[in-house]
Ligand binder design. Structure first.
Ligand SMILES: NC(=O)c1ccc[n+]([C@@H]2O[C@H](COP(=O)([O-])OP(=O)(O)OC[C@H]3O[C@@H](n4cnc5c(N)ncnc54)[C@H](OP(=O)(O)O)[C@@H]3O)[C@@H](O)[C@H]2O)c1
Length: 238
């Protein structure tokens, strides 16, 4: 394992179930963490809990190019480089296609696919210059296998996988690594607005999901963990 002590890490979606626990674990291991997500108040709370100063937080909607530019400027005004980008932002709209609106479909693509595209556009050049870096995304298992009701979500997550795999081909002569994590159900606020019969107590705990990301951040550069699959035993209600 390679220590994350002193590494500069940007956690996007830092107020979420997985993102906040990941930021806490990484900060506890000595990494320098910069936190980003939309809600400034929630960001403030997470930063205070972890002991991160306000200058290392930035409220951003990752689907808005101008806000991504501002995030980039703020990040590089605090840290000189980016060792690891953890993208733990995303939304889940799970409903049958007949009741799925066009707006919901596009919002899902905007947050789960266009946002990650803008993040990569903004932060990959610095990694290319440094000729190293690690980008972690969480497509989840619905980026690999279909599920009824996941037309918008799976479209965004299959797209995310395809996009990151293509980008991986573009950078394969560098030491920049890309990891896609295919997680099953993780008990987090993600599920609060989803109308599906699931047993949250049987899901992966957000802290366990965060430990998987923490583990990935410590993999030696000589190898690439292209994919990780982490599933709960069974959380679908019978
Ligand atoms: N929970 C699961 O079962 C599960 C399984 C597989 C994959 N995943 C994926 O894992 C990631 C994290 O999920 P989670 O369970 O931690 O969900 P969560 O608790 O709902 O957190 C989602 C995070 O994304 C941020 N976010 C959403 N839209 C954003 C936008 N447009 N710009 C910036 N930030 C945005 C939210 O912050 P604000 O509200 O402050 O904007 C929040 O910090 C998501 O990509 C999700 O699809 C989750």
């Amino acid at each position: 394992m390679e220590s994350v002590k002193g590494k500069n890490i940007l956690v996007v979606g830092a107020t979420g179930g997985i993102g906040s626990k990941t930021a806490k674990l990484l900060a506890g291991s000595g990494a320098n963490i910069f936190l980003a997500s939309r809600n400034a108040e929630k960001l403030d709370l997470v930063a205070k809990e972890i002991g991160i100063s306000a200058e290392k937080t930035f409220a951003v909607d990752i689907s808005i190019p101008e806000q991504i530019t501002a995030l980039k400027e703020n990040y590089f005004s605090v840290f000189p480089n980016l060792d690891i980008l953890v993208n733990a932002a995303g939304i889940g709209i799970i409903k049958p296609v007949e009741s799925l609106s066009g707006d919901e479909f596009l919002r899902t693509l905007n947050y789960n696919l266009y946002g990650p595209f803008l993040l990569v556009k903004a932060f990959l050049p610095a990694m290319k210059e440094a000729k190293k870096g690690l980008i972690i995304n969480i497509p989840g298992v619905l980026g690999k296998v279909p599920m009824a009701g996941a037309a918008a979500y799976s479209a965004s997550k299959f797209g995310l996988v395809g996009m990151m795999q293509s980008i991986r081909e573009e950078i394969k002569r560098t030491d920049i690594r890309i990891t896609n994590i295919f997680m099953g159900g993780v008990d987090s606020p993600f599920w609060d607005t989803i109308d599906l019969r699931v047993q949250r107590e049987k899901m992966i705990q957000a802290e366990e999901a965060a430990k998987a990301i923490w583990f990935l951040c410590q993999q030696p550069v000589s190898g690439v963990v292209s994919e990780m699959v982490l599933q709960p035993f069974n959380h679908q209600a019978i």
